[in-house]
Structures are given as structure tokens and as C-alpha cells.
Ligand binder design. Structure first.
Ligand code: HEM
Length: 349
């Protein structure tokens, strides 16, 4: 046994102290509160997505003539197929919710400010990847709403001046939904987006490690108390408990509310009500309020402002007397998002 260990030590010269140093970075005290650890939650859920996604891909067939039947086969005939499909669906929903909550915590604690501006921008790219994973995944099932959702998405892209037509053709593999569309969505969903997410996550976590997590002090903390504690075992156990609770929650949701299968896509019959997944309700409501190019361009502008927010906020703080403008802007934005989501959920059309 000793000789085997020696053999490996010679070839992989990492010493125990090295590892301990790497993994035992001091963690700021505020991370003792679980709601500040929300960044780890989407990472856990992404792992679940990868594992369950690989299992689903063993049976899924990305062609209009076979996709729906393969999802039905997974749901009704493959052993535990319904369970893994439901886990995949619930982990997607929870991941999107967790990314939004994590972004809100970063925003309202001002953790995007200097020197973390680039990490905010990487985070915005992660948000886009997460939403696109949701959109492309929803389209793979080839239910009525998958088909019409993808068609609406492509027509929206068409509204973008100059590049819209090109984007639409890239998405659909032609001028309208055809036999090349599903394979494209599948490649995006199962290869391009996950790989991009992994690369972005690597950069995101690397920057968190390089800067350290931003420090927050609460007014009820005694001033002489040390501001940091050890990663191992305290923070490690917090993360472990969050992970275990998540797995139990996921399993319970998948069992109690398993993923269902709607009617098969029918390109000749437009459904009376086309609704996207809940996380696109805001965008959908926006599109109904300001139709066509104006809606798409204004959404692009909002995205751009969010992307550049650390610099806009810095300018506001430097050149105007409104030091805490970001908090009020954030509160209004959150209320608007909640209001428009509820509005879209409540109305039929
Ligand atoms: C897949 C999605 C994401 C994952 C897995 C993730 C993961 C993490 C983790 C583990 C941390 C360490 C501290 C913490 O737990 O809060 C962190 C910090 C951070 N994240 Fe994310 N994140 C994601 C998306 C985002 C998004 C959408 C944004 C904003 C647009 C963002 C911006 C930041 C910033 C600025 C920090 C540094 C915060 C600080 O130092 O206090 N992240 N992220």
C-alpha cells in the first residue's frame, strides 16, 4: 500500500499542506447565514442537471418524428425514467430561482462594486446561459407549447434590426420550424450551453477565490469579534447541509409533482393560449405591452444596463448626491418583475 502511495506521490506531487491551504481559506462571518451562501445552490443544481441530463440523453431522440415518442417512452416505460426526468425539470426550475436570488443578494449588498465588476459581468453571462438552457430544454419535448414557444422565440429574434433574420435562420435551421430545428436546440441544450456554463463558472469561482468574498458587518456583531472563520469544518458543513436539504427537496418535488407530458406538437393548429415557463413571464408580458421591434430593443437595452450596472452605479455615486440610488432602483425593479410575473400568470391571454 505504502509503495502504491509513493508511486502516486512521485507522479502527482501535491502535498497535504498544499491542499489544506487551498481549501481552508478564511470565510467572512456573514456567510454563517445560509442566505448569503446562495451562490453554491445553483452550482449544486447544475451538477444534478448534468447527471440527470446525461441519463435522459441515453433515450432522447432529437427529431420531430421521434422526440415526443422518446420523451413518452422515458416517462412511461424506462425504469425510473419519470423520476430522472422530473428531477431534471425541477432542478432547472430551482436553479433559475437560485440564480435570481443569488443575483439579488449580490446586488443589494453592493458586492458587484470595485474590484468585482468583471465577476458581475461573468454572472450576467451565467444568467443568460441559465435562461437559455431553460428555453432550449422546454423546446425539446415537442409538445404543442414547446413547438409554439420555439416558433414565438424565433419570430422575436426576427424583430431585431439588421441581424434578426440571420438569428432566426440560425435558430431554426431555415425560414420556419423544420427537421433541422430540434437537432439544433439539442446541440445548444446538451453541448454548447453546458460547456459555456462550465467555463464561465470556472472563471466566476476563480475570481471569487482571488478577491475573497466581499465582507459585510452587522450592527449587532461585537466589534472585537474576528471577521472571519475557517472554511473547514464550519463553512464546509453549512454547504453540505444546504446540499443535502436541496437533494431531499428535489426528490420530494419530483415524486409529489412529477413532470407531465402535454399534447404532441401540431404545426397546423396554433394553441389558444401560448405561455412560456414562469421565468419568461416578465419578458412575455413586456412583449405584449410594447409590441414588435420596440419591445425587443427595449429588452436588449435593459439587459445592457444590467450588464454594465457596476459602472453606471459607480458613476451615480461619484457624480450625483444619490449614494444609495441602487437600493431604490433595485426595489422598484424587483417589484416590477414580481408584478409583471403575477399579472402574466393571472391572465389567460
Ligand atoms: C450558475 C450561476 C451562478 C453560480 C453557480 C454562482 C456561484 C457563486 C458563488 C459560489 C459565489 C461565492 C459567494 C456566494 O455564495 O454568494 C458567487 C459570488 C458572486 N457572484 Fe455568482 N454565481 C452564479 C451567477 C451569478 C449571477 C447571475 C451574478 C450577477 C449578475 C453573480 C455575481 C456574483 C458576484 C459579483 C459575486 C461576488 C460576491 C461577493 O464577493 O460577495 N453570480 N457566485
Amino acid at each position: 500500500m505504502g509503495r502504491v502511495a509513493e508511486w502516486f506521490k512521485e507522479r502527482i506531487p501535491i502535498r497535504g499542506e498544499h491542499l489544506r491551504e487551498l481549501t481552508n481559506e478564511p470565510v467572512p462571518n456573514h456567510l454563517k447565514h445560509w442566505w448569503f451562501c446562495l451562490g453554491g445552490t445553483p452550482a449544486y443544481l447544475f451538477l444534478v442537471q448534468i447527471v440527470t441530463g446525461i441519463l435522459l440523453a441515453l433515450y432522447y431522440q432529437p427529431a420531430p418524428s421521434t422526440a415526443y415518442e422518446s420523451v413518452r417512452y422515458i416517462t412511461e416505460e424506462v425504469s425510473y425514467g419519470w423520476y430522472f426526468r422530473s428531477l431534471h425539470k425541477w432542478a432547472a426550475t430551482l436553479m433559475i430561482a437560485a440564480v435570481i436570488l443569488h443575483q439579488m443578494r449580490v446586488y443589494f449588498t453592493g458586492a458587484y462594486r470595485k474590484p468585482r465588476e468583471i465577476n458581475w459581468m461573468i454572472g450576467m453571462c451565467l444568467l443568460v446561459c441559465t435562461l437559455m438552457l431553460g428555453f432550449t430544454g422546454y423546446s425539446l419535448v415537442y409538445e404543442q407549447l414547446s413547438y409554439w414557444g420555439a416558433t414565438v422565440g424565433a419570430n422575436l429574434a426576427d424583430n431585431i434590426p439588421y441581424v434578426g433574420g440571420f438569428l432566426k435562420r440560425m435558430m431554426l435551421g431555415g425560414d420556419a420550424y423544420n427537421e433541422h430545428t430540434l437537432p439544433r436546440f439539442f446541440i445548444m441544450h446538451a453541448a454548447i450551453l453546458p460547456v459555456t456554463t462550465v467555463v464561465l463558472l470556472f472563471l466566476h469561482i476563480m475570481l471569487v477565490r482571488l478577491h475573497g468574498v466581499s465582507e459585510l458587518r452587522f450592527s449587532d456583531e461585537p466589534p472585537d469579534q474576528p471577521g472571519y472563520y475557517q472554511f473547514y469544518p464550519d463553512h464546509f458543513y453549512t454547504e453540505l447541509i444546504i446540499g443535502l436539504v436541496l437533494m431531499i427537496l428535489l426528490s420530494a418535488l419530483a415524486t409529489i409533482l412529477p413532470a407531465t407530458l402535454g399534447p404532441r406538437a401540431d404545426p397546423l393548429t396554433t394553441p389558444e393560449v401560448i405561455k412560456p415557463e414562469w421565468f419568461f413571464y416578465v419578458a412575455f408580458r413586456w412583449l405584449k405591452l410594447f409590441s414588435g421591434t420596440a419591445a425587443v430593443l427595449s429588452m436588449g437595452l435593459i439587459g445592457f444596463v444590467m450588464f454594465c450596472w457596476p459602472f453606471i452605479d459607480a458613476a451615480l455615486r461619484k457624480y450625483t448626491p444619490f449614494q444609495e440610488a441602487s437600493v431604490w432602483i433595485g426595489i422598484v425593479a424587483v417589484l416590477l418583475i414580481i408584478g409583471m410575473t403575477v399579472w402574466e400568470a393571472a391572465v389567460e391571454h
